[in-house]
Design a protein around this ligand. Sequence first.
Ligand code: 4AD
Ligand code: MG
Length: 463
Amino acid sequence: MKRTKVVDALQSTDFGNEILVKGWVRSHRSSKAVDFIALNDGSTIKNIQIVVDPSTIEADKLKSITTGACIGVVGTLVESQGAGQTSEVQSKEIEIYGLCPNDYPMQKKGQSFEYMRQYAHMRLRTNTFGAVMRIRHNMAIAVHKYFHEHGFYYFHTPLITASDAEGAGEMFQVTTLDLDRVAKEGKVEYSKDFFGKKTNLTVSGQLEGELGATALGAIYTFGPTFRAENSNTPRHLAEFWMIEPEVAFMDKDELMDLEEDFIKYCVRWALDNCKDDLEFLNKMIDKNLLNTLENVIKEDFVRLPYTEGIEILKKAAEDGHKFEFPITGWGMDLASEHERFLVEEHFKKPVIMTDYPTEIKAFYMKKNPDGKTMQGTDVLFPRIGEIIGGSVREESLDKLMEEIDRRGMGEQLYEWYLDTRKYGSCPHAGFGLGFERLILFVTGMQNIRDVIPFPRTPKNAEF
Ligand code: 4AD
Ligand code: MG
């Protein structure tokens, strides 16, 4: 018999039909007359109830079906008497695929996320992680759909590169050199390394993305990026996925329109396509989740020059708001608490902050005529802080070279990049959205380690 997925069985009204469902046992309750098994196969947050007449199965076998066990059930689809579900299965025959000993770490309900992180390989079988992973899948689909519908090409940039796209030096080196021998001999011969030079895992696909955009018009990347920053926070991963659109002939206003429209599209997609999972998370994780998502779609994002943002923060500090990191004034980099103050307390809606001081941003951003600020356009979100980092790119070869020089970034490494400015340079702009930060926002989860199946953070690379 062909298997029916739980999601389909729950929606079916073909009562009286015989079906086969398979899945993992979420709970098993026994009474004298009847046993109830809640079965989940990952196709939905909802479990299907299996009703077992104990006289139809050996007592030992029935007893062995504990939380976490994997079984297949042939039975009759019947209308459910219970509240909140339409159908259930009256069991005729149960096949056990895998029993689950009682040291199963996901046995108990209501374990903390910290506890579950120790069993990251098993936590996927819990309700919350099932919901988060289905939403993560849906958001990836939304990303591709949005850009495909808007005429962007999906462009694959390398994971191994010789450049530092952000110029921040936060890279994982890639080498085939024998590091023990290098340590003994005291010298590193990069010419003998696999690529004949020093290479690292990419921190961003942007620079190569610019090559794509200045040939194809509009591209986006969507792939893993790596940062060796020692940030142990609920919003940083060493390996995260980034979406980076890059568009020729785009100016700052159009860039902000794109950032806003794209995020709203993704959030709307989640509301339209992940209803059951979002309702579950709204009940269990954040009672305000659905409201927050709906509000973000409705509201126009505030567009706020950095200089005005600093004035607002200064005033808040003077009026007695306590910040952990003091507001030192113009030129300071914003901490996430500052970003969240602007978004959550001052404006009460998302903010696109623009025109940052040159010194706190990357070398490739377009300089404003004031000589002090650059055309950056970061999107700041409630609960998250920075969700998007973006900018108009400096298209002048001279200005870009000057900035690379000024920062001592070794021009020769960027020769291929500078060719975009040397040959037929064009105005262009783009941004990077941290995929996990988007998932954090959409799911209401608190820690970025809980929205990626296998998180990589300092001192943590299991599997
Ligand atoms: O602001 P960032 O560093 O910008 C760039 O990498 C640009 N090259 C993007 C571009 O213009 N094409 O990173 C972009 C976004 C951040 O806003 C944040 O959402 C996310 O990537 N991000 C991280 N997410 C998780 N863990 C980390 N360690 C992250 N670092 C950045
Ligand atoms: Mg940034």
